[in-house]
Ligand binder design. Sequence first.
Ligand SMILES: CC(C)(COP(=O)(O)OP(=O)(O)OC[C@H]1O[C@@H](n2cnc3c(N)ncnc32)[C@H](O)[C@@H]1OP(=O)(O)O)[C@@H](O)C(=O)NCCC(=O)NCCS
Length: 189
Amino acid sequence: MLLRGVSISPIPKSTQFRSRPCPRTVSASAPTSSSVTPSFSISDQSLESKGFVIKHTTSDLDLDQLNSIFVAVGFPKRDTEKIRVALAHTDAMLWIEDVRRSRPVAFARATGDGVFNSIIWDVVVDPGYQGIGLGKAVMERLVDELLRKGITNIALYSEPRVLGFYRPLGFVADPDGIKGMVYTRRPKK
Ligand SMILES: CC(C)(COP(=O)(O)OP(=O)(O)OC[C@H]1O[C@@H](n2cnc3c(N)ncnc32)[C@H](O)[C@@H]1OP(=O)(O)O)[C@@H](O)C(=O)NCCC(=O)NCCS
């Protein structure tokens, strides 16, 4: 899916979506960077009043706890060291901590070329915290951060059951008929 409103360039052929894809493309095009004024559905202050804090760095992110959220939502369990490497190669990332329990409860990240294109990965909310606006909170802030960097071609993969989550955030499936394609390694015979 691509973000609505910005010129859409074809999904780069070099992009081989091998992380934890949400397997259907969705993309979003958006207004340009500097004029964007964030209007989040829930403010940082409101989140804090509910015991949540937004974090933008990995310094105090417990990767084992993050991994356990991935597993809890049905993503495959990953090698924590590989998650560390992936995060080191991530352009934009944020997560939400439940301050009382001192643990991550929501997460999203984006990789890209830093100028034109970005792809969002690993959008997750701990099942015990879903349905209270945290997924929207991380997505709104992640997209805002990318737009502020001037990145206007923002894409992601969406599982069919989650399309309705991304659409109100500005993402459009198959814009101009563009289809995402994924290289799949053939099993050895
Ligand atoms: C998808 C996910 C990130 C949504 O996070 P969440 O915190 O539960 O969602 P929110 O509470 O922020 O919901 C925001 C809005 O999206 C809607 N929404 C949430 N999940 C939805 C879904 N699967 N389909 C349609 N709408 C959805 C909510 O009703 C809410 O609508 P509103 O703004 O009109 O009230 C979360 O359910 C999750 O982690 N799922 C498992 C992992 C996953 O599938 N990730 C995406 C991979 S493609």
